[in-house]
Write a protein that binds this ligand. Structure first.
Ligand SMILES: *[C@@H]1O[C@H](CO)[C@@H](O)[C@H](O)[C@H]1NC(C)=O
Ligand SMILES: *[C@@H]1O[C@H](CO)[C@@H](O)[C@H](O)[C@H]1NC(C)=O
Ligand SMILES: *[C@@H]1O[C@H](CO)[C@@H](O)[C@H](O)[C@H]1NC(C)=O
Ligand SMILES: *[C@@H]1O[C@H](CO)[C@@H](O)[C@H](O)[C@H]1NC(C)=O
Ligand SMILES: *[C@@H]1O[C@H](CO)[C@@H](O)[C@H](O)[C@H]1NC(C)=O
Ligand SMILES: *[C@@H]1O[C@H](CO)[C@@H](O)[C@H](O)[C@H]1NC(C)=O
Length: 351
């Protein structure tokens, strides 16, 4: 799935997007050969295991880590430290060792516009809410946006309360809401039929989003007056005593910017992964009939985020114009769920 932040302009048609994704799974039989290999903790995420013990990626596949290289060169036999002489033996790997396998660096939220004197902010958080002992839970809460005037929403920052279970947060504009505001409710992958305008998205590894300086999402009198946050909790070990009160800080201004921003989510969400394959490419997108139906004028693409879960290893998002010319917008040759890349673009697409 790709999340594109776009700003709207005047008149043209554009054919958009092929998303491809390759999927690869670890060979779990190797885990059986290595003592305690199924209990290697993920160094960045307390509630997760490092399943691909020999690999850079948490779920295996792709490049090997130092332990994986040693294991392979020893003929994929684990006998003792003398046969696998490197320090990165999973059973004794400590945090420092494992941090060499994965980049856990989280950057601070930097957004000049958020600190400007005419920028206001509002924080919306779930009240302290029990996290159910379910592997996956989507929890939503609707709330009122500032609506006394017209505003542009220009940045968005997460407030993470319980990092053990937090997977992603979406901020979604609503046309109308039927749920009581400020009251969390279990929801599906959408917050409700009247809430569908994505205004911001956060997932593990991002520090927040600072929108293109020429554009903002319209909220208030001529825009969204209500919104919902949707948090996705992962609780794979089914702990029953977690709570969470995560949320977001929104930055907005009444100094309206030149363009209105929007988000296009495109790609493929129904995946058939055949067995016994090392990788598989899956495509999805919004073809010309689709863009014609949803865009009534030219669009500038200002940022693209590729998004998959732990099985995804590479992803590309591109735009194909009416003449068949393909321009790559965002290519993560090595996709890592834990370090999403915001591809900021300066190019303008028009015809
Ligand atoms: C953890 O790793 C560091 C760096 O590799 C090493 O100096 C330290 O001795 C290790 N600790 C244990 C308990 O293995
Ligand atoms: C880890 O990520 C940070 C921030 O994105 C980057 O500056 C750094 O170079 C990365 N380190 C490695 C080893 O990839
Ligand atoms: C939000 O706005 C208040 C009042 O202007 C300010 O004191 C505070 O620092 C801002 N918070 C953030 C996170 O920028
Ligand atoms: C948790 O799982 C149970 C059993 O599958 C289900 O009945 C319940 O609705 C789930 N709770 C939430 C909040 O999703
Ligand atoms: C959407 O909003 C309309 C108008 O307020 C309301 O009648 C309808 O029930 C809402 N639909 C849902 C699914 O919330
Ligand atoms: C929460 O539950 C887990 C087991 O499900 C237990 O190990 C942990 O100590 C509990 N934490 C608290 C604060 O009760």
């Amino acid at each position: 799935m790709s999340i594109m932040v776009i700003r709207k302009f005047t008149n043209y048609t554009l054919c958009l997007l092929a998303v491809s994704m390759e999927i690869c799974v670890a060979y779990p039989q190797y885990q059986l050969l290595i003592p305690n290999a199924e209990t290697v903790p993920h160094p960045c995420k307390p509630n997760y295991m490092w399943k691909g013990v020999g690999h850079q990626r948490n779920n295996g596949g792709g490049e090997r880590n130092p332990f994986g290289r040693a294991f392979a060169s020893a003929g994929k036999v684990f006998a003792s430290r003398s046969i696998v002489p490197l320090v990165q033996i999973p059973t004794c790997a400590n945090k420092t060792d494992q941090l060499e396998w994965v980049n856990c660096s989280y950057t601070d939220f930097k957004c000049d516009a958020a600190n400007k004197p005419d920028t206001m902010n509002v924080t919306v958080r779930l009240p302290v809410t029990t996290v159910p002992a379910n592997a996956t839970t989507y929890m939503c809460m609707t709330f009122d946006l500032p609506s006394d005037k017209e505003y542009h929403l220009i940045a968005f920052e997460p407030v993470i309360d319980n990092a053990n279970i937090m997977h992603h947060i979406l901020l979604i504009g609503c046309q109308a809401v039927t749920h009581e505001v400020y009251k969390p409710y279990a929801c599906g992958m959408t917050a409700g039929h009247n809430c569908s305008g994505i205004l911001g998205a956060w997932s593990v590894g991002l520090s927040g989003l600072c929108y293109d300086e020429k554009a903002g999402f319209r909220i208030g009198q001529k825009g969204f007056k209500k919104a919902a946050i949707q948090v996705h909790w992962n609780n794979p070990e089914l702990h029953s005593n977690y709570t969470d009160s995560s949320g977001i800080i929104m930055y907005y201004t009444e100094t309206l910017r030149q363009y209105d921003a929007g988000v296009l989510v495109t790609g493929q969400t129904i995946l058939n992964i055949p067995p016994q394959k090392e990788s598989v490419a899956i495509e999805g997108g919004c073809p010309i009939e689709c863009t014609a139906a949803i865009m009534n004028g030219p669009v500038y693409v200002t940022a693209v985020i590729n998004h998959m879960h732990y099985l995804g290893i590479a992803q590309k998002t591109s735009v194909i114009d009416i003449g068949g010319y393909e321009k790559t917008l965002a290519y993560d040759k090595v996709y890592s769920y834990d370090s999403p890349v915001v591809h900021s673009l300066r190019d303008i697409f028009h015809k």
